[in-house]
Design a protein around this ligand. Structure first.
Ligand code: BG6
Length: 502
């Protein structure tokens, strides 16, 4: 029997206004996610999706654009009958947001659409636009009186994507500007990792199983590893990435969020703010970094040219759009500590990078060795490990020791494996499906609160400062298909441990 807990709210009928509606994020992720929600009956039938952008697209052209996105990127194929109904809810409005009164035409268009579809004026404003446009757009929304008060219907909600700033000061400036227009309860900051099924399952695994929670502490855990590896290089995103790098792009948000889920205390309820308070507490308990500890505990590197899988691949510096002599890191590994009673002295190793051997993301929780008596003498036993596979091959496994059948006592490590696809016989919803649904249902649990975004930046500030001081020291490199530079191996092996093989 399965049990439903947590929010079971329904998505409210609303108009989803996507600024940057004809852009890449909309094409690859948002429109396919909305189609899948519609297919499941989770998107109220009279909802409207209005793409907004500079392009001169008719509604029909936007529907064609959406269709090509769904055909290429949806996890399920198009059902013609469902598509026809869904396409009828798609509209496009050509607006230059950076022009005074740019929103006037949009306003009257939305009024007509809402009237025709029997909508009451609930609106989601999704900013799928470059970060420099976040603040001007929000200010335009306020000037054009698009935003209602937080505690009254119809609702107005804002969805924004990372990056929220490139350091603490710029993140605070953005948050201040958003906060001048929206109440915090109306702002939904997306970290798409939090929408992944396997990431949501971390809390279930920890708090719905009496196996695990009692051992999640310094008494039993030797160390934790969190790896988010990508096989691809920077691809077509150098314009953004070269200004950002792996620390800002992945560690500040995705990896630190994963860390908070693994390390947080049990919340007393599933209320969004109770969970987010507990996660924030972890960020606040991270051992502060100093320039000396940055040198000792943080490794960065850039991928070099080389051959992988028989293919010649360019180095990062030769990728299209990367500035000459760029020192942007494409790999980061850190050894961090959480200075609270639960985790005192337990190292957490985080690593992420592009052009690594495979697209593979895992969290491993390694238990302490069994005492060197009975079976753990002579040849050392493999430690017990809980591995949570985030992607691909979503699932988890327990590495335990077992006796090999036969007259002698030979102990061998065996995996106990759970695979989502095999067990539940379904494809997991994409992160954006869950996240868009939650915004419509008003559930902020999986979104980043202002204080948590700023706590992450605050903790990383010494790294950014130290790296700025070291602007002239050579950056370590690694070849395509390698697990980062030798320095990353030394980081963990210096503590007597090893990176897990993925
Ligand atoms: C994004 C980063 O947030 O996450 C990208 O900006 C990265 O650089 C991507 O490639 C990885 O996401 P996923 O879901 O493919 O693991």
């Amino acid at each position: 029997m399965s049990t439903t807990t947590g929010h079971t709210g329904a998505a409210e009928p609303a108009t989803i206004v996507i600024f940057g509606g004809a852009g890449d994020l909309s094409h690859r992720k948002l429109l396919p996610a909305l189609y899948n929600l519609f297919l499941d009956g989770a998107l109220p039938a009279n909802s409207a999706v209005v793409g907004v952008g500079r392009k001169e697209l008719s509604d029909d052209q936007f529907r064609e654009f959406a269709r090509s996105g769904v055909e290429r990127f949806s996890r399920r194929p198009i059902d013609q009958e469902v598509w026809t109904r869904f396409a009828g809810s798609l509209f496009f409005s050509n607006v230059a947001i950076d022009q005074q009164n740019g929103l006037a035409t949009l306003g009257s268009r939305l009024d007509v659409i809402e009237h025709e579809r029997g909508l009451t004026g609930n609106r989601l404003y999704y900013l799928a636009i470059p970060p420099p446009l976040f603040v001007p757009t929000v200010q335009q929304l306020a000037r054009a009186r698009f935003i209602g008060p937080p505690d009254r219907l119809p609702f107005s909600r804002l969805i924004i994507e990372k990056p929220i700033g490139r350091d603490l000061a710029s993140a605070m400036a953005i948050n201040d500007a958003l906060g001048a227009v929206f109440d915090e309860s109306q702002i939904f900051r997306i970290d798409h990792y939090l929408g992944k099924e396997t990431v949501q399952n971390i809390l279930v695994l920890r708090f719905a199983n009496s196996f695990f929670e009692p051992m999640f502490n310094q008494r039993y855990i030797d160390h934790v590893q969190i790896t988010v590896a990508e096989e691809e290089g920077v691809g077509t995103r150098a314009g953004y990435y070269d200004q950002s790098g792996a620390l800002r792009d992945m560690i500040q948000n995705h990896l630190l969020q994963l860390l908070t889920l693994v390390a947080m205390e049990p919340p007393h309820s599933l209320d969004a703010d109770v969970i987010r308070d507990e996660k924030l507490e972890v960020l606040r308990s991270l051992r502060p970094l100093t320039s000396a500890s940055v040198d000792a505990c943080v490794v960065r590197a850039q991928y070099a040219a080389g051959t992988h899988d028989g293919k010649e691949l360019p180095g990062y510096g030769d990728e299209t759009g990367v500035a000459a002599g760029s020192r942007t890191e494409t790999f980061v590994a850190l050894n961090v500590f959480i200075d609270n009673w639960r985790w005192a002295g337990v190292p957490f190793f985080l690593r992420t990078g592009k052009r690594l051997p495979a697209r593979s993301s895992e969290i491993t929780i390694q238990l302490k060795d069994v005492p060197p008596i009975l079976f753990n003498t002579g040849k050392t036993l493999e430690p017990n490990v809980l591995t949570i596979r985030l992607q691909p091959d979503e699932g988890f496994s327990l590495g335990i020791s077992s006796k090999v059948p036969g007259p002698q006592v030979v102990v061998h490590p065996v995996p106990m494996d759970f695979d989502y696809g095999d067990f539940f016989k379904m494809t997991s919803p994409e992160a954006y499906e869950r996240l868009l649904f939650d915004v419509m249902a008003g559930d902020a649990t999986l979104f980043m609160r202002r204080d948590s975004v700023e706590a992450s930046w605050r903790w990383l500030t010494p790294v950014l400062e130290r790296w700025a001081e070291l602007a002239n020291t050579p950056l370590p490199t690694y070849g395509p298909g390698e697990w980062g530079p030798a320095e990353a191996t030394a980081l963990i092996e210096g503590t007597g441990r090893r990176w897990r093989t993925l």
